[in-house]
Design a protein around this ligand. Structure first.
Ligand SMILES: [Zn+2]
Length: 184
């Protein structure tokens, strides 16, 4: 048995099977996400890059089913968390950034629409089959902040009560994410 996260089946097949996938995977096995984190950490001096950043565990679940009683609309409910290493855009030091994402998705073919499922987001299927890992990975990429930074002044060297809160115009995650979406 392989890892169902990396299997390919049609949305209807995943939904009919009522597949529930428990996720406990290292960040390093999510290639696109790892590329983004790696590019972000590259701003640090080599000695400051946390050596085990690829080992952060992505944990959660992905459940497939149908959104409607007629079993025509495949859906997925994904909940995942991970703590990634990131660079604070204020002080340019590494810190641990918790990410959490939850989404109810309607798995629809391109151009397909469904009325009355406003509690779901539409996930457009651009291929006939889907790989669960791709859903998890894209949700996590979308959960990355535009500009990562320490939230509390106690841990951020650049934040002191007197310091001006300078607006930082560099948004590395946003730029990288835009690039990735274009490449797909
Ligand atoms: Zn900071």
């Amino acid at each position: 048995m392989g890892n169902p996260l990396r299997d390919r089946r049609t949305a209807a097949e995943w939904a009919s099977a009522g597949q529930v996938i428990e996720i406990a995977e290292k960040l390093g096995s999510f290639k696109q996400l790892a590329l983004i984190v790696e590019a972000d950490l590259a701003a640090l001096d080599a000695v400051k890059i946390p050596p085990d950043w690829r080992d952060s565990v992505i944990a959660g679940s992905l459940e497939f089913g149908f959104a409607d009683a007629q079993r025509r609309l495949p859906a997925a409910h994904c909940r995942v968390t991970v703590v990634v290493d990131a660079v604070c855009q204020r002080c340019l030091e590494a810190f641990r950034l918790p990410l959490e994402t939850e989404a109810k998705l309607l798995l629809l073919a391109l151009e397909e629409t469904a009325e009355g499922f406003e509690d779901h987001e539409v996930w457009e299927l651009d291929e006939s089959t889907l790989r669960p890992q791709d859903i998890v990975e894209e949700l996590l990429i979308m959960a990355l902040p535009f500009s990562a930074m320490h939230v509390d002044s106690a841990s951020c060297k650049a934040l002191s009560p007197a310091a001006d809160d300078k607006e930082d115009t560099t948004k590395p995650f946003a730029a990288l994410r835009a690039q990735m979406t274009q490449d797909q």
